[in-house]
Write a protein that binds this ligand. Structure first.
Ligand SMILES: C[S@@+](CC[C@H](N)C(=O)[O-])C[C@H]1O[C@@H](n2cnc3c(N)ncnc32)[C@H](O)[C@@H]1O
Length: 286
């Protein structure tokens, strides 16, 4: 019989030498296992506001800190303004991210330069529809990642002029990512979007270590009088990919308590104010 690892609840902030996954104490570990959370993100700077769907660094950081150790490698195939890489740098991880839109790549590079990080952070311009091509071009050979934290476009949701988007348009801010052919936020057919997204995560599977995690921030989408269950279809599609099937471990729900309520469907029919997002937790288990 092997020696049994004692359960260390980290009452005194002690790190357990038996912890295989992260650098958290037992107490910090348990705290994170709650199925929902709030955030109090810092106000966004001017160049960050331009991007229509940036997530807070603190969102990415809590997942990176749980699903990797210091010095590990983090990946983001939909980098946007580099929130994942900034979070990785802030907690001493290395990272690679791919972004298709030039202006967001410039913001990413500026932010990383400004942060003066000690770890390696590589924002790469290109399309995650062919991750190998982007890696080869940047001489990233045989890299294996410990964890991916990412948020893909929520289908073509941004293209549709919603009331929230109107406010951004009036201020001259971007209301869609780009017109690029490979930008998956421009795919109008829902089924095609879900399948294309899954093909990108097949490639993420190939560059993830065995037992490595994939965290996807996404949501269900209301369009044309009905909900398209994108978060649920994302989970289902990624867990039915033959030998590249991810194992769905859980979802955590990000409750957004800081968004204004909008008068949707009042006196007419149900339209919800969607003030939460899904964080899907998947794992590669060969
Ligand atoms: C939801 S946003 C990610 C935001 C990011 N997490 C942040 O905090 O800034 C999705 C991003 O995916 C990018 N994108 C869309 N299709 C892509 C593709 N094929 N390859 C790489 N990036 C893509 C979009 O330009 C957009 O910036």
């Amino acid at each position: 019989m092997g020696r049994k690892a004692p359960i260390d609840l980290g009452e005194r902030g002690k790190l357990s030498p038996y912890n295989k996954l992260n650098n958290l104490t037992g107490k910090e570990w348990i705290k994170f296992t709650k199925s929902w959370f709030h955030l109090n993100p810092k106000a966004r700077k001017d160049n960050e506001i331009l991007h229509p769907a940036k997530y807070p660094e603190s969102l990415a950081q809590q997942f990176i800190e749980f699903f990797s150790k210091k010095g590990d490698w983090i990946f983001d195939p939909f980098l946007g303004t580099a929130s994942t890489l900034i979070a990785a740098g802030d907690c001493e991880r290395n990272g690679v991210g791919i972004e298709i839109t030039k202006k967001y790549m410039k913001i990413s590079k500026d932010r990383i330069k400004e942060g003066n990080y000690k770890t390696e952070l590589k924002p790469l311009l290109g399309s995650s529809l062919n991750i190998k091509k982007v890696f080869d071009k940047n001489k990233i050979i045989d890299k294996v990642f410990d964890c991916t934290v990412t948020s893909p476009p929520y289908w073509n949701q941004l293209e549709r002029a919603s009331m929230r988007q109107k406010g951004r348009a009036d201020k001259g801010l971007d209301t869609k990512y780009s017109n690029a052919k490979g930008d998956i936020g421009n795919i109008d057919d829902y089924k095609k979007f879900v399948e294309t997204q899954a093909k990108i995560f097949d490639q993420v599977y190939d560059i993830t270590k065995d037992k490595g995690y994939l965290i996807i921030i996404t949501n269900n989408v209301f369009f044309d009088g009905r909900v398209y269950p994108l978060a649920f279809d994302t989970a289902t599609s990624l867990t039915n990919r033959g030998e590249k099937s991810w194992v769905l471990k859980d979802e955590k729900i990000w409750l957004q308590n800081d968004k204004p309520l909008i008068a949707l469907g009042v006196n007419h029919a149900w339209v919800g104010n969607r003030h939460h997002q899904y964080c899907l937790i998947l794992r590669k288990e060969k």
